[in-house]
Design a protein around this ligand. Structure first.
Ligand code: GLC
Length: 419
C-alpha cells in the first residue's frame, strides 16, 4: 500500500515538473474479460496523480480487427488517439508511426523482460513498452477427471482420448451440452497461436524459422493439423471453427467443457463468485505432441505512443505509469495478466492470491514466439495465410499436407528473395 502510494506520488511529482497543464488524452484498447474495467481503475489512479484526463476508446476483442483499425488510423495520421495498446506481434508493422520511447524509458526499460523489449525494438527504436505478457494454459475440470479416474493429459493424444470418454459419459448421464475440448478455431490471429502450438509441440517448427526460412510444409506440421481437424465435431463443437477466446471461455465457464486452451485471464474469471465452475478446475502447461514437447505461443500487449499525438508528454507519462511494477502487480492480482517485470512474480501477495501467475513465469520465459521478427512488415499477411490454411483444414476443406503445400508456395511468393 505504502509502495503503491509512493508510486503515485513519484508519478505525480514527475508530471507536475514536466507538464505545465492538465491534458486530455485517449488510449485505445481491445476488450477481453475484465481488461477494460481494470484499465479504467488504473487510469483513475493516474488521473488523480497527474491531473490529466484519460478516455478509453474500447475496441472489439479480436486482435485482428484491432490491427486493421489501428493501421488505418495511423496511416491517416489520426490525432484523436494518443496511446495504443498493441499486440506483441505488431511492432515492426506499426513502427514508422509510433514514437521512439528509448530516452523516455531509459530508467525503467531494464526492469522488463529483455526478449519482450527486443520484440518491441525496431531498427534500434523502442516503439512500445510491455504492459503484460501472455502464455496459454490447458484448463481442465478437476471434478470430472476425478469422477472418471483420469489423469491430466501430458500429450494431445491423451487429451483426445480423455476428452472423448468424459464427454460421451457425461452426455449419457444427462448432460447433452458437454464438450471435450474448446479452443480458438476462428480464422484470425488467435488461430495462428493455437495452431503454432499444435505444430511446434509436434516438432513441426515455427511456420517461418528465426532465420526467415519457410518451414511449415513438413509431415509433423501436417499431422498436427490433421489431429486438430479430428477434434472438430467430435470432442469440440462443430462451431469451434468460429470461436475466439471469449466464445471458448463462454462454453467452458458455463460448465460445458472438460478442457479448454486459453490465456491466464480466464483463470480468475472462472473462479468468480458467479461462475458455475468456481473451484472445480485447474490449469497446466499445454500437452506435447507425439514427437515434441509442450509449446506455448508467446502473446502479450504493450503500449505505444502515436507519432501524431498532440500530447506526447502526457502520453509517455501514462505509459510509464501503466507499465510500472506496481501497476503490473495490480493487473496480475486483478486479472492474472502476466508481468514482464521478473520481481513481480516473486511478490508474496501475487504468489498467494494469484498462484497461476507465479507458476506461469517459466511458461512465459520459454514461450515460442510467432515469426513476426523474421517476417517484419509482412507478418500479418503470413499469419493470415497460415490461419486461413489451418481454418480450412479444421473445416475439412483439404487435409493438412495439401493445405500446407499450397501455403508454402504462397509464403514463398510473399517472401520473394527476402522478407
Ligand atoms: C492474446 C495474446 C495476443 C494474441 C491474441 C490472439 O490476446 O496476448 O498476443 O495475438 O491473444 O487472439
Amino acid at each position: 500500500m505504502l509502495k503503491a502510494l509512493m508510486g503515485v506520488l513519484v508519478a505525480g511529482t514527475m508530471l507536475s515538473a514536466t507538464t505545465a497543464k492538465a491534458d486530455e488524452i485517449s488510449i485505445v484498447a481491445g476488450s477481453i474479460g475484465k481488461d477494460i474495467e481494470e484499465l479504467r481503475s488504473q487510469l483513475d489512479a493516474f488521473q488523480a496523480a497527474s491531473g490529466h484526463k484519460v478516455e478509453i476508446v474500447t475496441m472489439p476483442a479480436s486482435t485482428t480487427d484491432q490491427f486493421g483499425q489501428y493501421r488505418l488510423w495511423l496511416s491517416a495520421g489520426n490525432k484523436d488517439v494518443d496511446v495504443y495498446r498493441t499486440d506483441v506481434i505488431w511492432a515492426p508493422q506499426l513502427a514508422s508511426n509510433l514514437l521512439d520511447l528509448t530516452d523516455a524509458m531509459k530508467d525503467v526499460v531494464g526492469e522488463h523482460s529483455a526478449s519482450v523489449i527486443a520484440s518491441q525494438t525496431v531498427d534500434g527504436k523502442l516503439v512500445a513498452m510491455p504492459l503484460f505478457a501472455d502464455a496459454p494454459a490447458l484448463y481442465y475440470r478437476k471434478d470430472l477427471l476425478e469422477k472418471y479416474g483420469k489423469t491430466v493429459p501430458a500429450t494431445w493424444a491423451e487429451l483426445t482420448a480423455t476428452a472423448k470418454e468424459i464427454q460421451d459419459k457425461e452426455r449419457e448421464a444427462g448432460n447433452p451440452q458437454m464438450n471435450g475440448f474448446v479452443f480458438q478455431g476462428a480464422a484470425y490471429e488467435g488461430l495462428t497461436c493455437d495452431a503454432l502450438e499444435w505444430v511446434a509441440s509436434n516438432g513441426g517448427g515455427q511456420i517461418v524459422s528465426p532465420e526467415g526460412d519457410v518451414t511449415i510444409n513438413n509431415p509433423k506440421a501436417a499431422a498436427a493439423l490433421d489431429m486438430a481437424h479430428g477434434w472438430v465435431g467430435t470432442i469440440a463443437p462443430a462451431g469451434v471453427t468460429g470461436y475466439m477466446e471469449e466464445e471458448a471461455r463462454g462454453v467452458w465457464q458455463t460448465g460445458n467443457a472438460v478442457f479448454m486452451r486459453n490465456w491466464p485471464y480466464a483463470f480468475p474469471l472462472g473462479n468468480g463468485d458467479d461462475s458455475p465452475i468456481k473451484g472445480k478446475f485447474d490449469a497446466v502447461p499445454l500437452p506435447a505432441g507425439e514427437s515434441g514437447q509442450s509449446a506455448a505461443c508467446l502473446g502479450g500487449w504493450n503500449l505505444a505512443v502515436s507519432k501524431f499525438s498532440e500530447h506526447p508528454q502526457a502520453a509517455v507519462d501514462l505509459v510509464k505509469f501503466l507499465v510500472s511494477a506496481e501497476s503490473q502487480k495490480q493487473r496480475a492480482l486483478g486479472t492474472a495478466r502476466l508481468p514482464t517485470i521478473a520481481s513481480v512474480y516473486d511478490d508474496p501477495e501475487v504468489k498467494e492470491k494469484q498462484p497461476l501467475v507465479a507458476k506461469w513465469k517459466t511458461v512465459f520465459e520459454n514461450a515460442t514466439p510467432r515469426p513476426s521478427a523474421p517476417t517484419k512488415t509482412k507478418y500479418n499477411e503470413v499469419s493470415q495465410q497460415f490461419w486461413t490454411a489451418v481454418n480450412k483444414t479444421l473445416a475439412g476443406q483439404g487435409d493438412g499436407a495439401t493445405n500446407l503445400d499450397a501455403l508454402e508456395k504462397q509464403l514463398r511468393r510473399l517472401k520473394r528473395s527476402e522478407w
